[in-house]
Design a protein. Sequence first.
Length: 136
Amino acid sequence: MFGSLDISTSGLVAQRIRLDTIAGNIANAQATSRADGQPGPYKRRMAVFQTGDGRGGPGVHVARIEEDPSRGILLSIPGHPDAIKSGPDKGRVEMPNVDHGTEMINAMLASRAYEANITAMEATKDMISSTLRLIA
């Protein structure tokens, strides 16, 4: 019985990390430079899930956070400090590849999955409680 609580807990943790990643994407949707010093704008991040709890047990865990390699849209903003300095795209600024609609849908999916894990935990708790009442 406690195994099912552990499985649901791993799902809660994984969905929280997913939602944190989505929130970071939304927060950085206008960031035209990267915090790590690499050239270019912020790149959308995605949580990649893997089966197992990460310690050899059943469940799910976030194996890694990956960056979306797709290019963002180019906007013509010649005076911007992050504008491209030369070439055919001179004066354009590459914006982050974050789509608010996609992020909001992913946030709703993560929220619903989180709620489903809570419901599974409540059902397990009720089963444990019923069993204890029968024994006592």
